[in-house]
Every structure is written in C-alpha cells, then in structure tokens.
Design a protein around this ligand. Sequence first.
Ligand code: FES
Length: 273
Amino acid sequence: MYKILNKQNLNQYITLLEVYAPFIAKKAKPGQFIIFRVDEKGERVPLTIADFDREKGSITIIFQVVGRSTELLANLDVGDYILDFVGPLGIPTHLDGVKKVAVVGGGVGCAIAYPQAKALFNSGASVDVIAGFRNKDIVILEEEFNAVSSRLFICTDDGSYKEKGLVTDVLKRLIDEGNDYDLVIAIGPIPMMKYVSLTTKPYGIKTIVSLNPIMIDGTGMCGGCRVKVDQETKFACVDGPDFDGHVVDFDELMMRNSTYKKQEMLDKKHNCR
Ligand code: FES
C-alpha cells in the first residue's frame, strides 16, 4: 500500500499527488513511468513520473481525470493509500551529451516534460521550454518550469495568457531565428507530438516523443501497448516510452488509443463498479 503524502489540484482538471514509494524513488529516472491500481477492482493505468525525491522516498504523479480510474485516484486525499504502485518502468530518456534542447509540452504532458527539462538544465544544457495550453485556466507548472529553463515560452490556443498560438508556431520561429537545437523533446497529446515531429523533420533535428498507448502489464507480455515505429512493431512499455518522432506511426496510435472509448464513456456514465 502506498500512502499519499501531498495533494494539489493544479487546476480544475489536473491533480498532483506525491506518493510514498521509496524503492521506486531510489531508482527513478526522467522518462520512466509507474502503473497504478487504485483498489482490487481497479484497472492498471500507466502514468509517467513527474518528479521524484530520493531522500524523502516519494514519487510525484500529475494527471488529468479522463476516466473512472483517474477519477477514483483524484478523489483520494492525503493519508489515503493506493493499492498498487509499480515501477519505475520503461527506459529512461537518453539525455547524455545534449547541449541545447527545446522541451515542448502540451497540457498535462507538461508534467511529463518537467523532469526532462529539470535533468537537462541541471546538467548544464541550454533549455528552451515551450508549454502550450488551451487557455489561461489550465496553465500548470509555470513557476517550476521557470526554475529549470533558460527561456520559457507559454502559449494558449485562445490567447488568454501569454502568446496566442500553437507550440509548433513558437518552435518553428525559434528554429528559424537560428537556435540550433541538437534535440527536441515533445510530450503531450498525440496530434501535438505528431505536428512537432513534422515541424522538426525538414530541419533534421532529432526529436524524441513520449508515447502513451493503452498498457496492461507494463512488462512486455500482453502486447497491449504495441506501436509502429519505423515500420516495426515495438512495445512502448519495454522499448519506450520514448521513440524517434520522425518514424512513429501516430495515426495508428490514435486509432488504437480510441479502441475502448465507448466502454470508457459507458463506465463513466453508469458508474457500474
Ligand atoms: Fe503489455 Fe506493454 S503493456 S506489452
């Protein structure tokens, strides 16, 4: 059982939980994820590690309520326990030798982009963070990103906060201004990662995306998380979750991720457990 040490509602949709999980905290690295199960009837849901504190023995997760399991998780409070909390899973993001990077986050994906930005900034790299949100009300982690970036660019779809526009507009402008990034990291909704990859491809800038397919066991056994990368089938839980964005089949990933949408809607509607 894993105790919740801290809880913050970052906005009306997104929740932060700090969970006591000392063995995971001891080994966790940026890019890795955990799989949680709220209770014995719960489904297994992967969430990327947003932060870790080895001394305190804690793991921070940040998530948006998108279905029944995340709703149950968001309803827990400080002092409550999560039944299963397994990790760290997946291959850590390869960050060695990176000197100048653009970290691009979209919505709740910014929570996953944060540890990458932090690790790179602490290693001495120049880190431009581009964070995109639908509107002002759902902006998260501004202060945190300010502390771990050389420059922070926030944009909103409706222009209600900072720059109006898409993360790809900002990224293209920065590249065209002569910022010679040796790496772009993009984490967020699948269409955003797809279009960031399409933006960087003509410039030949290496681009890493963090994929979020449906997962079940998280150990490479069930095949639920398969994704097509460079025409080959990969399992995101053991081969990823990071992949070269220029060769990911994003359209197939979008199709596979919507497989259970109807069941999820029904479950949410009838609260049938
Ligand atoms: Fe089962 Fe990846 S989650 S193979």
